[in-house]
Design a protein around this ligand. Structure first.
Ligand SMILES: [Zn+2]
Length: 179
């Protein structure tokens, strides 16, 4: 599996709808190399359809079919699926949906994923989460004065830190899935 990273996209617009639009149009595979032989001679091969769920500009959950591209390495002849970075390997919901689901209040949660599914996601992220706890504690130390200033901002600040740590954990999971 190969990840088309955000910085491979020429557009400065990082909205997921824009990323998916660019991904669909991508025919050239620059800045990518075969994970087996490191050759950069990758050619378009075939594709397969996959359902994905993402949050649109209005934060509404959208489901659609995405044609996942496959590329073939001209040197070692291996084929690889190429997925945009916003997609989590082997999962239908995109990263934004998973992160929001993990952080959502179960009382008001409205997306069509079961309690068990969300618990499963939490377990996966928790495994990668622990090494980053230290970072979180350091960040909390920094925000304590601000918390004391305005107690009502506590949740918002914590959510920002939590999201940052989950994003870092996610990068680790993506790197593991590539090999
Ligand atoms: Zn190769």
């Amino acid at each position: 599996m190969l990840i088309l990273k955000l910085n491979n996209f020429k557009s400065k617009d990082k909205k997921i709808t824009k990323i998916l639009e660019i991904y669909r149009k991508t025919e050239e595979f620059i800045d990518l190399e075969c994970p087996y032989c490191k050759s950069d001679e990758l050619i378009k091969w075939s594709s397969y359809a996959r359902v994905i769920y993402y949050l649109n500009e209005n934060n509404e959950l959208k489901g659609e079919l995405l044609e996942i591209k496959r590329v073939k390495c001209k040197k070692c002849k291996k084929t690889h699926a190429l997925i945009p970075e916003c997609i989590v390997p082997y999962k239908q919901p995109t990263l934004d949906v998973i992160l929001k689901s993990i952080n959502e209040d179960p009382e008001t949660y409205e997306y069509p994923f079961s309690y068990e599914t969300i618990e499963h996601w939490k377990q996966i992220y928790k495994k990668r989460y622990l090494p980053y706890l230290k970072t979180m504690f350091n960040s909390i130390k920094e925000i304590i004065p601000r918390i004391l200033e305005n107690i009502f901002n506590v949740y918002e600040e914590f959510y920002k830190i939590n999201k940052k740590i989950l994003m870092m954990s996610h990068k680790g999971i993506i790197n593991m899935a590539c090999f």
